[in-house]
Each structure stands twice: as structure tokens, then as C-alpha cells.
Write a protein that binds this ligand. Structure first.
Ligand code: GDP
Ligand code: IMO
Ligand code: MG
Length: 437
């Protein structure tokens, strides 16, 4: 059994919590795209973890985790994370952590290029995490990237770094920044690559063998559908494919071996960085955004940037459901809305007086869009930690049912707090079936 977990909005939907929860029932957890631009928080008792590069399953000592070929890996960030979670009592050995030989490495000049590119764009900047993600994927598509397998050969690593740096430095210097030196990069990266060697693996073969021997595999998406380089709000996107098709490519798994797709959806929407956001709470709704930000701790887990907050958008979530083929939805952060008198849900868009029900391809169209809302009554009751659907206040039940109807997909799990046991699994749902395997 192979299940893919995908964010339906602009990221930070609570993928980490749900992956951690499901990981208990699975054997292997693999990431398939992105890098340490992700920040997946997991709470276990009095401990909290923020996973960036490592799959959220790593916290379970008996699970194997994989960093797939579709990822971009900063070796420095990788070992910082490995060392940090080791300090938190989680041991990470090459026996249970596999890094694809085909994944690409993020080099120090990618970070410098990310900074340079954002400075150049000025007001038009993307608002990236400045981790070098975009430039590393550019090198991959430009067929000059350095893959993990290449880096294991010191001669090849030197050759590639010197050649790529020449080009990178031209851009870095042109925009007034200091050039980087190849020998310094090699001094930093070479020992890290050596330390990485025992973790390196033919991960698609590893995953195929695992599946064949009856192991259950979770594929953990990072970022989300509306940040997908093809399907998201381009150019305000990340540089990879978090959507379901990307899971097959980025983990090296045949599409027909994927059993199901779980969408992670928040009861409201957030966005970090720039880009269009049709349901953003602005002006007179600023106080609601503030309340949600504080109750929901909506600050970037990587960059600590305050997240922009908005109402649930059924148009973009329907789009995400169709693109990914969600079989079930995990609805997170119900408790965050507990204090609201009324809750708005965007049920359609309007542009130039015309109703549109599809998600526009052009980002500036989205800026001009007016969201059409339906307002539902709040429940004004504490739902934190509720574990049964029937115990939710009636208006909360209605809200959940309304979202499910609007999106056209079952809601199989409801999260009522960051902890593992603050969760409702809906009876007779697809989700319950996956949960009980
Ligand atoms: P991810 O990137 O999708 O894994 O999400 P993040 O971890 O970046 O952000 C989600 C935040 O919400 C984390 O701090 C989670 O611990 C927290 N969280 C997840 N589910 C719930 C929930 O149901 N209620 C509340 N209050 N917090 C939640
Ligand atoms: P998780 O996995 C939210 C956003 C950045 C920026 C854009 C491009 O925790 O949901 P990048 O550094 O990837 O080139 O930045 O994408 N972004 C995220 N926003 N959650 C994330 O990950 C994100 N990863 C990237 O803020 O707008
Ligand atoms: Mg996050």
C-alpha cells in the first residue's frame, strides 16, 4: 500500500502532524520533492520537532525514511537536522535513513543566487525561503546540477563546482554581491559529502523492494498544490511539483502502484511570501487574521515570518482535489476557529462582473478576483482535543459537512489540536480504512 499526502493550499496545512499520525501504521516514509524550505511540525508529549528535510516519520524509531530523487538536498542543512534531532533523543542511522543517489545537492552558491534573484526582483520578489531551492532546481533542469552520486567522486565534485561557480559568480558579482571561492566551497562541502556516503542508496529500488515485500509506504509531500511550479499561482510558487504526479516522479514509483491520495486542508487558508491570495483577510478583517494567527501559531516554522491569513477557499480546494485526485481529506485546525462569531467560506469567484468557478492560470487575474462568500455561524465552544465527531458542537459539524460538500471529497480526519491524540477519524471513511491497516 502506498499513500501520498499532499497539501491542498499554500503550505503549512499540518502535513507533519498527519504524516506522524499515519506513520505509526506504515513502514516507510519518503519525501519526493522540495528541500529544507519545508517546515513540518510534530508534537509528541512534551517534545516538539520541526522537520525540514527529513520525513516526519523519522520520529518513530522503527520506521525507515527516504529522501527521494526529486529532492534538492543541502548537505549542511541535512546534518544540522540529523544532529539536532539526535540531541532530542532520536537516533538516525543509515540503516533507517536513505538518501537518493539521484537527488540534487544545494550548494552555497545556490543560496547566494537565491538572495541575488530576490534582491533583483525588488517589489516583484517571490518571497522565497532563501534556501537556494529555486537555483538548485534551475541547475537540475539546465543539466548542470550536482547529483549526490556525482558528488561522491571528489574529482567530479571539484570539476562541477569550479565550472558552475564561474557562471554563478558572474551573476552574483553583476548584482553587486561578493563572489564565492571554489576552494572554500569544496572545503565546506567535501567532508559533508563523505559523511553522507553511508546514507546514499538507490531509493527507487529500495521502495520497489519494500512494496513487493508487503511494506506500507507513505509519500510525504512538502509545500502544496498552489505552490506547484506547474499548477500553482505561477510565478509565486516553489520550483518543484508537490502534486500527486510529482510523487511518482520524485520517489521513482510507478503511478499505478500508488493506492490513494490524502489531501491536507486547513479550515482556513494561509500563505507565506508574496503572491495572489483571493480570500486574504485585509483591512477590517485584520483583527480576525490576528486572532487566527495567534490561536493557530501562524508563523513560519522555518523563517518565523507571520503567515498571511484568509478564509477557506472552496474554488482553489476543488481545483486541488481534482488535480491530485484526493480520495479523502484530513481537515486540520478546526479548534483555531472556536472563538469566531461567523465564518466565511469562498464558494466562487467573480471577475469583471462575471462568475467564474475555475482557478485562473494567470496570477494577475487572481489579484483582480472578488471572492463570493457564504457566511456560516460560528460555534463559540472549545473543541480543542475533541476525538469524536458527534461530540463537536452542531455548528462545527455543519461547517465540516459544508466544506466537504463544496470540495466534493469526504473529510476522513479532523484535527482538533497539534497533538497526536487531538484527532477525530470519521467512521466508515476511506481514511479509517487506511488507518486500520
Ligand atoms: P506543515 O508544513 O503542513 O507540516 O504544517 P506546519 O507544521 O508548518 O504548520 C502547522 C502548524 O499547526 C504546526 O505548528 C502544527 O503543530 C499545528 N497544528 C496542526 N494541526 C493542528 C490543529 O488541528 N490545531 C492546532 N491548533 N494546531 C495544529
Ligand atoms: P511546507 O512543506 C509554506 C513558499 C515560500 C515562497 C515560495 C517559494 O512547510 O508546507 P522557495 O524557497 O520554495 O523557492 O519559496 O514558496 N514556501 C512555503 N510556504 N510552506 C512551505 O513548506 C513552503 N515552502 C516554500 O514562502 O512564497
Ligand atoms: Mg510548514
Amino acid at each position: 500500500m502506498i499513500i501520498v499526502i499532499i497539501g491542498a493550499q499554500w503550505g503549512d496545512e499540518g502535513k507533519g502532524k498527519v504524516v506522524d499520525l499515519l506513520a505509526d501504521r506504515f513502514d516507510v516514509v519518503s519525501r519526493y520533492q522540495g528541500g529544507h524550505n519545508a517546515g513540518h511540525s510534530v508534537y509528541v508529549g512534551d517534545k516538539s520537532f520541526v522537520l525540514r528535510l527529513l520525513p516526519s516519520g523519522i520520529i518513530h524509531p522503527d520506521k525507515t525514511c527516504v529522501l527521494g530523487n526529486g529532492m534538492v538536498i543541502d548537505p549542511k542543512a541535512f546534518f544540522e537536522e540529523v544532529d539536532q534531532i539526535a540531541e532530542q533523543g532520536v537516533s538516525v542511522s543509515p540503516e533507517r535513513l536513505k538518501v537518493s543517489s539521484r537527488a540534487h545537492l544545494i550548494m552555497p552558491y545556490h543560496r547566494a543566487l537565491d538572495h541575488t534573484s530576490e534582491e533583483r526582483l525588488g517589489n516583484e520578489k517571490i518571497g522565497t525561503t532563501l534556501r537556494g531551492i529555486g537555483p538548485a532546481y534551475e541547475d537540475k533542469a539546465g543539466r548542470r546540477g550536482i547529483r549526490v552520486a556525482d558528488a561522491l567522486s571528489p574529482e567530479l565534485l571539484k570539476l562541477r563546482v569550479e565550472r558552475n561557480l564561474e557562471e554563478a559568480n558572474r551573476i552574483i558579482v553583476l548584482f553587486g554581491n561578493q563572489p564565492l571561492r571554489a576552494n572554500e566551497i569544496l572545503e565546506e562541502v567535501s567532508p559533508l559529502v563523505e559523511r553522507l556516503r553511508p546514507f546514499v542508496c538507490e531509493t527507487s529500488k529500495f521502495l520497489a523492494d519494500a512494496r513487493r515485500s508487503g511494506k506500507k509506504i507513505l509519500l510525504e509531500g512538502a509545500q502544496a498544490t498552489l505552490l506547484d511550479v506547474d499548477h500553482g499561482t505561477y510565478p509565486y510558487v516553489t520550483s518543484s511539483n508537490p502534486t500527486a504526479g510529482g510523487a511518482s516522479v520524485g520517489a521513482g514509483i510507478p503511478p499505478h502502484h500508488i493506492t490513494g491520495v490524502l489531501g491536507i486542508v486547513r479550515t482556513y487558508a494561509t500563505r507565506v511570501g508574496e503572491g495572489p491570495f483571493p480570500t486574504e483577510m485585509l483591512d477590517e478583517e485584520e483583527s480576525i487574521a490576528h486572532l487566527i494567527r495567534e490561536r493557530g501559531n501562524e508563523y513560519g516554522s522555518v523563517t518565523r515570518r507571520p503567515r498571511r491569513c484568509g478564509w477557506f477557499d472552496a474554488v482553489s480546494t476543488r481545483y486541488a482535489a481534482e488535480l491530485n485526485g484526493f480520495d479523502s481529506i484530513a481537515l486540520t485546525k478546526l479548534d483555531v476557529l472556536d472563538e469566531l462569531d461567523e465564518i466565511k467560506v469562498c464558494i466562487g469567484y467573480e471577475a469583471n462582473g462575471q462568475r467564474i468557478d475555475t482557478f485562473p492560470a494567470v496570477s494577475h487575474d487572481l489579484r483582480a478576483i472578488k471572492a463570493i462568500y457564504q457566511t456560516l455561524p460560528g460555534w463559540k465552544t472549545d473543541t480543542v482535543g475533541t476525538t469524536e465527531f458527534d461530540k463537536l458542537p452542531e455548528n462545527a459539524q455543519k461547517y465540516v459537512r459544508f466544506l466537504s460538500e463544496q470540495v466534493g471529497v469526504e473529510i476522513g480526519l479532523i484535527s482538533t489540536g497539534p497533538e497526536r491524540d487531538q484527532t477525530i477519524v470519521l467512521k466508515n471513511s476511506v481514511m479509517e480504512k487506511w488507518f486500520s491497516v
